[in-house]
Ligand binder design. Structure first.
Ligand SMILES: [Zn+2]
Length: 302
């Protein structure tokens, strides 16, 4: 085996370890069993690097390590070749649902209904997200705006708008928000509108809830999601099983690095809420929604 081939093998093995590192979000969003795929690719890639490295350093050892490196390379190629089996593919739906999700701050949608939005996209739906403020009071506005866009893109939203209404003072701009939302509803024609709950302590969340109720007054289906600032009176009656999308949700939340020190950003908390709502829903893991009203034809397969 030539030194050049072994050097390439070493590079491939190392690259496999890098692209499958636990923080690599793309695997979680694109594959149904990301942990298994990570383990398989990282295992084969690691073995390839381990057996190729001594051959490159001491060519005389290639007699011993070379065959093992070949087996590891075949394993790695096999993993890559079989990976499309586990790929998440957007389903083709005869009546794709159009969902307009409205949040006050850059991380609100990922925290509250990120898994449901990703699931809707994977079920063939189309998601449009609107974020009312750049969140300048709670962090670095420019960075948070960018993270809002990246978070929505990661979930699969087809369109994202991040507006610049003044963070923590959205109640002053309620009438302007109504106009913006009316225009968005007219243009996007959603089947489902999702927004903050009235049972929420945060003044911006309450203001966005009120503005959405006014703007979506003619819409058949309005669901209100659960924010970390929900009051004890938040009472969901509509649940979405997110067992296959919980990792997508935790990774979408991690996109918001500017807010990473906030206690409600932790994967443990996200999973804890999903377990609790899943218990209520008699499902594995769930996100819960309050229902303002629901047209049966609007929801479809969730
Ligand atoms: Zn918020």
């Amino acid at each position: 085996m030539t030194l050049a081939v072994l050097a390439v093998a070493l590079g491939l093995g190392s690259a496999a370890l890098v692209v499958t590192r636990p923080s690599a979000r793309w695997i979680t969003r694109n594959y149904r069993h990301p942990d298994r795929l990570r383990a398989a690719v990282a295992g084969a890639g690691g073995a390839l690097a381990v057996f190729a490295l001594p051959c490159v350093i001491t060519p005389s050892r290639s007699e011993v390590c070379g065959p093992f490196a070949v087996v590891a390379a075949v394993g790695l190629l096999g993993c890559v070749a079989l990976s499309p089996i586990w790929q998440r593919r957007a389903a083709v739906s005869l009546h794709p649902r159009r969902v307009l999700a409205i949040g006050a701050h850059p991380d609100d949608l990922e925290l509250a209904c990120g898994a449901t939005l990703a699931k809707l996209v994977d079920n063939g739906g189309e998601v449009c997200t609107i974020v009312m403020s750049g969140g300048g009071s709670g962090g670095e506005a420019r960075r948070r705006v960018e993270e809002a866009r990246r978070g929505s893109t990661y979930l699969g939203a087809a369109r994202t708008k991040v507006l610049d209404f003044c963070d923590t003072q959205l109640d002053i701009h309620e009438n302007e928000m109504v106009k913006v939302l009316e225009r968005a509803i007219r243009e996007f024609r959603p089947d489902i509108v999702m927004t903050h709950s009235a049972n929420d302590y945060h003044q911006d969340h309450s203001a966005v809830h009120r503005a959405t109720m006014r703007a979506a007054r003619r819409e058949p289906t309005i669901l209100c999601y659960e924010s970390p600032s929900a009051t004890p009176w938040f009472s969901p009656v509509f649940f979405v099983d997110i067992s296959r999308h919980i990792d997508v949700k935790t990774h979408a939340i991690q996109v918001h690095e500017d807010q990473r020190k906030k206690p409600y950003m932790s994967p443990a908390r996200t999973r804890g809420i999903a377990v609790f709502r899943g218990d209520q829903a008699r499902a594995g893991l769930a996100e819960g929604f309050e229902v303002v009203r629901m047209g049966a034809a609007s929801v479809g397969d969730l």
